[in-house]
Design a protein around this ligand. Sequence first.
Ligand code: BGC
Length: 252
Amino acid sequence: MIETAQAFGIDIGGSGIKGAPVDLIHGKFADERLRIPTPEHSTPEAVAEVVKQILDHFDVHDGTPIGIAFPAPVKPDKPLDFMANLDQSWVGVDLNAFMSEHTGRTVHVVNDADAAGLAEAQFGAAKNSEGLVIATTLGTGIGTALIINGVLVPNTELGHLELDGGDAEKYAADSVRSAKELTWKKWGKRLTKYYRLLEKYFSPDVFVVGGGVSKKHEKFFEYVDIETPIVPAALLNDAGIVGAAYFASTKQ
Ligand code: BGC
């Protein structure tokens, strides 16, 4: 039996780029993570340079499964066709090829919310769950992952549903809460509208909430007034890194 299996995960976010080696047996970091702020001008070259810096810091060799959670829909071998929160020059980039070339290692890119959903399904709050789990990440944007009886439906992008006459994530993301200095209660009201929309269209069995703010779930869950059970991601904000590493391990 294999006692340890390691892979490396990186999570590219709107404010920080984080990486850590991941223990795939237990679904947790094998060492302290490194976080570097996302370059203000978040072009492909600038972001790839930070990713390389993180891989060099941990001395990650080619051959180790390396996964990158990325904040846009990722279709393997197709150039990126939509980017919400990083520089628009990402559109048209073949992510796997570009990142592998710039880092000098074979890497596997996956949507960030899908990575978080995979981690929760494999190791966390959605483990052994039956029915439909909707994992949401609340951060710079809103990411979503649909997991049906343990199987991920990738690239759902439900953070861009129409809400209040505009893009849902521009109304209810955690970045909106801090930019507008909303109280937890006011933000909870916005989240209520968002989760009710998801309830109406998908009738999920449970919502799992990840992203940096999930560690403060006690401050706002009480204001989210919905029928469906809502739980914090068991891996909290580590889910993107753990899920990316797990995703890469399934590709090698
Ligand atoms: C992007 C998604 C991403 C989410 C969270 C959205 O703006 O379109 O692909 O999962 O932000 O980062």
